[in-house]
Design a binder for this molecule. Structure first.
Ligand SMILES: *Cc1c(COP(=O)(O)O)cnc(C)c1O
Length: 431
C-alpha cells in the first residue's frame, strides 16, 4: 500500500519509504491510501483468534507490499510477547492495561514495531539510519529499549536535564551500544526545537539518513490499533455497546483506535480525555482549533498543546465536524480532579491507576453519565510506578517496584551534556 502526505504536496510513497522518511518532504504526515474493512466474520470469531493472528490480519493491508508474510509474523511475535489484560473495576467499567511491556509504557508496542521494520528495511543497505528523538519521559525509554542492538540503526535521544523522573532517566541512559542519550540544558520544548532544526538542516541531511521515532511515524502509529482489537475481543461478550476512553496527548493512540473502527470493529464512541492541555476538548466544544503552549501537569506524557496527530483524525472524518462529533467526545480534567479520581478508584475497587489512566477514567465516567447503557474501557497507558511520587502521595500506599524497573535501577547512567543545536550537530556528524 502507498501512503500520501496530508499536505497533498509530495509524492506518494511505499510503507518502507514512509517509515524511513518519517515525515513527507512537504512536512505533511503520511496517511494510508485506503483502509479496507475486515470481513464481519473476523469480528464474529475474534474470540477464537490469538493476539498474533488478530494483529497480522489487522496490519497486513498496510505493510504487506514491503514485508513478506513470514517476516511480518516474526515481527508480530517479537513485538507482542506480553499480555494486554482487561481488568473490570466497576460495573460496566474496565481498564485495558497497556503497561506490561519492557519499559512499562504503552509506547513499547509502537517503538518495537518500528524498530523491527527499520531493522528489516536496512538489511543489506550500506548506509545507516539515525533515529533522532526528543523525549519528555516515556517515549525515550520505549524507543531506546525497542531499538537496542538493531543492526544498521543508531538512536540519539534528547532529554531535558532534571525534568524526567529518575526511573525514566535510567531507562534512557543505561543501555549504551547503539543508543546515545544527550542531556540538554533546557526544557522539553528546547529538545523538540533542536530535533526540528536537525530535520530541516540540509547540510546535515546530505550526510546522513535521519528519521523520527514519534507517533508521526506510521510504523509507530498504526500498530497501536491492536490494543483496541485485543480489548474488543475480551469485552464483546458483555453484550453492550462498547466505548473507549483514551488518555490523549499527541492523539496517536486514539487515532489508531479510530482506524480499528474503520476496519469494522463495532465501537459506539471514543472519548479523548486530556489534562488541562485542552486544545482538542475546546475544538470539540467550539469548532475552533487553537494550538497553545503546553502546560505542565502530573500526567506529563500528555502535556501537549499542539497535538501532532489530530490532523489525522480530522482527515479520517473528512473534516466533517458533525460526523466527528457523533464518534468522538473530548473532556479535560485538572490535576486536582485527577488526584481525586486516583483515590476514588483505589477506594472503590482497590485498583491502583496512574495519573494518565485516571484522566481516562474521568473521561469515561463523564460520558457514561449520559450513556449508562454502554460498556466502557479506559486505557491504562503507564504503570503507576512510573509516577511513583504522585501515586503514593495520593493513595497513601507504597507501590511495589516491578522486576522490569528494578533491573535498571542499579545500572550506571551514561549521557553527554549539550547546550545548543551546534553541539547536537557536531555530535550527529561524528557519530
Ligand atoms: C504518550 C503517552 C500518552 C499519550 O498518547 P498519545 O498517543 O500521544 O495521545 C498517554 N499516556 C502515557 C503514559 C504516555 O506515555
Amino acid at each position: 500500500m502507498n501512503f500520501y502526505s496530508l499536505n497533498q504536496n509530495a509524492p506518494k510513497v511505499s510503507f518502507k519509504d514512509a517509515v524511513i522518511k518519517g515525515i513527507a518532504p512537504d512536512k505533511g504526515l503520511y496517511f494510508p491510501e485506503s483502509i479496507s474493512p475486515l470481513p464481519n466474520s473476523f469480528f464474529d470469531q475474534i474470540g477464537e483468534l490469538t493476539n498474533h493472528e488478530i494483529a497480522l490480519r489487522a496490519i497486513h493491508q498496510f505493510v504487506a507490499t514491503d514485508i513478506p508474510d513470514e517476516k511480518l509474523k516474526e515481527i508480530i511475535a517479537d513485538v507482542l510477547d506480553f499480555d494486554f489484560p482487561v481488568v473490570e473495576i466497576e460495573d460496566n467499567v474496565a481498564t485495558l492495561e497497556l503497561f506490561h511491556g519492557p519499559t512499562m509504557a504503552f509506547k513499547d508496542v509502537g517503538a518495537r514495531f518500528m524498530a523491527n521494520c527499520l531493522g528489516y528495511f536496512s538489511e543489506g543497505e550500506k548506509s545507516e539510519v539515525t533515529v533522532l528523538v526528543a523525549t519528555s519521559g516515556d517515549t525515550g525509554g520505549a524507543v531506546a529499549n525497542g531499538f537496542l542492538e538493531v543492526d544498521g540503526v543508531k538512536v540519539v535521544i534528547l532529554y531535558p536535564r532534571g525534568k524526567v523522573s529518575d526511573i525514566q532517566e535510567r531507562q534512557l541512559t543505561t543501555l549504551g551500544l547503539n543508543i546515545t542519550a544527550l542531556e540538554v540544558d533546557g526544557n522539553f520544548d528546547d529538545c523538540q526545537k533542536m530535533v526540528k532544526t536537525a530535520f530541516l538542516d540540509e547540510a546535515l541531511l546530505e550526510n546522513m539518513q535521519l528519521t523520527s521515532a514519534n507517533s508521526i511515524n506510521v510504523a509507530r502509529w498504526l500498530p497501536q490499533l491492536f490494543y483496541f482489537l485485543f480489548a474488543y475481543k475480551k469485552v464483546k461478550s458483555k453484550g453492550r455497546e462498547v466505548i473507549f476512553s483514551v488518555p490523549s496527548g499527541n492523539f496517536g493512540n486514539i487515532c489508531a483506535g479510530m482506524v480499528a473502527q474503520r476496519l469494522g470493529m463495532p465501537v459506539k464512541h471514543f472519548v479523548a480525555a486530556t489534562n488541562v492541555n485542552d486544545t482538542v476538548p475546546e475544538f470539540m466544544q467550539t469548532g475552533n482549533y487553537h494550538p497553545k503552549p503546553s502546560i505542565p501537569t502530573i500526567s506529563n506524557a500528555m502535556d501537549v498543546g499542539d497535538p501532532s496527530n489530530f490532523i489525522r483524525i480530522r482527515h479520517l472524518f473528512k473534516d466533517d465536524f458533525k460526523v466527528l462529533s457523533e464518534n468522538l467526545s473530548s473532556y479535560f480534567f485538572s490535576d486536582e480532579e485527577t488526584r481525586v479520581a486516583l483515590l476514588k478508584i483505589y477506594e472503590i475497587s482497590g485498583y491502583v491507576a496512574d495519573p494518565h489512566g485516571a484522566v481516562g477514567y474521568l473521561g469515561l465516567k463523564k460520558y457514561q453519565q449520559h450513556h449508562p447503557q454502554t460498556y466502557g474501557v479506559f486505557l491504562e497507558t503507564a504503570h503507576p510506578v512510573k509516577f511513583l511520587d504522585v501515586v503514593e502521595e495520593t493513595i497513601g500506599q507504597t507501590i511495589e517496584i516491578p522486576r522490569q524497573i528494578q533491573k535498571v535501577m542499579g545500572k550506571e547512567k551514561k549521557s553527554i551534556a549539550i547546550k545548543s543545536y551546534e553541539e547536537l550537530k557536531v555530535h550527529l556528524l561524528k557519530s
